[in-house]
Design a binder for this molecule. Sequence first.
Ligand SMILES: *Cc1c(COP(=O)(O)O)cnc(C)c1O
Length: 371
Amino acid sequence: MILVAEPILGPQEQAAVADVLRSGWITQGPAVREFEQTFAQRHGAADAVAVNSCTAALHLALAALDIGPGDEVIAPSLTFVATVNAILYTGACPVLVDIEALDVPLISIALVEAAITPRTRAIVMMHFGGHLADPDPWRALAKQFGLWLIEDTAHAIGVPGVGHYGEAAAFSFYGNKNMTTAEGGMVLMRDPVRLERVRRMRGHGITSSAHDRLIARSAHYDVTELGFNYRMDDLRAAIGLVQLGQLNEFNCIRTTLVAGYLERLERLRNSHHDLIVPQSRSGNSAHHIMPILVPALADRDTVAAKMQAAGIQTTIHYPPVHTLTYHRTRLPGLSLPLSEEFHHRVLTLPLHPRMSEQDLDHVVAALEEAI
Ligand SMILES: *Cc1c(COP(=O)(O)O)cnc(C)c1O
């Protein structure tokens, strides 16, 4: 079976985990701190805060910007449900907006501007597929209306410029992302005071960590505001440090594989003109996933079933959040035609650094046959 995504883990990760086990300190400690500093450096930031998921990272970023009940936060509907759930956790109201086009499945800046009200406090952007939008118009819009710009960077780890669009960015190290710690996330914030607030809120709002208290030989701490248990542990951070060292190579292989896909799919488009291959307009991408839209007259689920029978896993990114049962009750009557058509036709093909050129031939041949 050719899988949609596969984590690349080996002896280096095993040794790093074994070192942490032998050290006797397995929860948040020195490896987490080293991971934060190395990650920040790799993304051109002064510092970072590691947490146990991107969902937690998004929640903390919103909370540290004092977003809460009565506020509106604009976000895409064509995203993983976590983007929207993090807004709901704060008590704010998510305002979901359609994508730019079927071949540019990023939140539409024109529709975002039209959705701004006096209650709007922030915009969450998501770099769908790893494709980055031009940051300048987004910064200008946020500045013009006095809004916080927040990035859900789960798809775009390691790309130059990512994490610096606005005030905050939330990364994911879930098992299917471009680098992994199994579960995990990271927060970047422009304002160092707010980043320290995120650091406290990650551990119940406590003013020192257990490891700090061990070093200081003091059992005293205080809690200055309501926080959460969103900590990362040293076992995961040790894996993250090894993965971070390989991220460039992983992302380079992804870029080469996508170029191979584009060449083969272009040939397929000669006979299927309305097969759509979303691409990065800015040319800047982490190539996290390889979604295509099947021709309008093809039945996507049948295509997926035929590919499954040919030994190729595919998946769907994403059911738009406004169509999910729970979220529909919170956002009744919302219709976002482009996100809905995208969902109806999208098929995400396998893309991970263990794939070969032969795998690409096999996937595209099976796709052609299935269509
Ligand atoms: C994976 C993902 C998340 C959630 O990441 P977790 O680390 O699992 O919380 C959020 N947003 C997007 C776009 C994702 O792909």
